[in-house]
Design a protein around this ligand. Structure first.
Ligand SMILES: Nc1ncnc2c1ncn2[C@@H]1O[C@H](COP(=O)(O)OP(=O)(O)OP(=O)(O)O)[C@@H](O)[C@H]1O
Ligand SMILES: Nc1nc2c(ncn2[C@@H]2O[C@H](COP(=O)(O)O)[C@@H](O)[C@H]2O)c(=O)[nH]1
Length: 203
């Protein structure tokens, strides 16, 4: 039976924990989940493509989007803006698709205010040392930026109890299986289904 509304899944957690990697692997498993492309004012990294990895915006363009209500959420993170364009997410959910956002913690907490029915998953690194070595290994940030991201990471981990689920990203495939199980269970929750099955019974 086609669902009336899709699920909004918010995958959050510190920079470098592996959100993008896990989402990429999840994408290979489940082609029905839709992935929201964020907007940012940071410069593209080598190989990043506008409209695929991010919508790259100037500060003025980004601030216009905020003013005109085009962002579902946004945050200022280590000297740049990041945000989720609202239109795509709302359109896909209204069409019955599950949508995943890959965002940092301030933004996730904003979404929780406006979309409390969402599913909030915090991706945890096995340790802070492992987190640092993943960011270093990616080779995309200077030492100063890595230190700034690590400082924010500790603050973000302190907010883990605001989430519905905590998933450790020790191994990518294990993290993907855990997230798939959460999505399956959430899609079977009676409060999400009862309305449409009652309608069916009345037909
Ligand atoms: N389970 C894992 N084990 C080992 N390395 C991993 C694992 N998951 C991700 N990585 C590696 O860690 C680095 C950071 O991963 P990724 O870019 O996906 O993190 P992220 O959370 O999306 O970061 P950001 O929030 O900064 O975009 C990458 O080099 C990736 O290959
Ligand atoms: N609040 C939001 N945070 C976002 C969004 N898109 C990405 N992010 C997070 O920002 C940091 C830094 O990302 P990077 O690509 O520069 O490494 C990281 O935690 C991302 O998850 C967004 O739309 N909103």
């Amino acid at each position: 039976m086609k669902r009336e509304k899709g699920l909004l899944i918010v995958l959050s957690g510190p920079s470098g924990v592996g959100k993008g990697t896990v989402c990429g692997a999840l994408r290979e498993h489940d082609t029905d989940i839709k992935y929201s492309v964020s907007a940012t004012t940071r410069s593209p990294r080598a190989g990043e493509v506008d409209g695929v990895n991010y919508f790259f915006k100037t500060k003025e363009e980004f601030e216009r989007m905020i003013r005109e209500g085009e962002m579902l959420e946004h945050a200022h993170y280590v000297s740049n803006y990041y945000g989720t364009p609202r239109a795509y997410v709302e359109e896909m959910i209204d069409m019955g698709y599950d949508v995943i956002l890959e965002i940092e913690v301030q933004g996730a907490l904003q979404v929780k205010e406006t979309f409390p029915e969402g599913v909030f998953i915090f991706l945890m690194p096995p340790s802070l040392n492992e987190l640092r070595s993943r960011i270093e290994g990616r080779g995309t940030e200077t030492e100063d930026l890595i230190n700034s991201r690590m400082t924010v990471a500790k603050e973000e981990i302190d907010l883990m109890d605001k989430y519905d689920y905590v998933v450790e990203n020790d191994e990518v495939e294990l993290a993907v299986e855990r997230i798939k199980s959460i999505v399956t269970a959430e899609n079977c929750r009676k409060d999400r289904l009862i309305h449409q099955y009652k309608q069916l019974a009345e037909e």
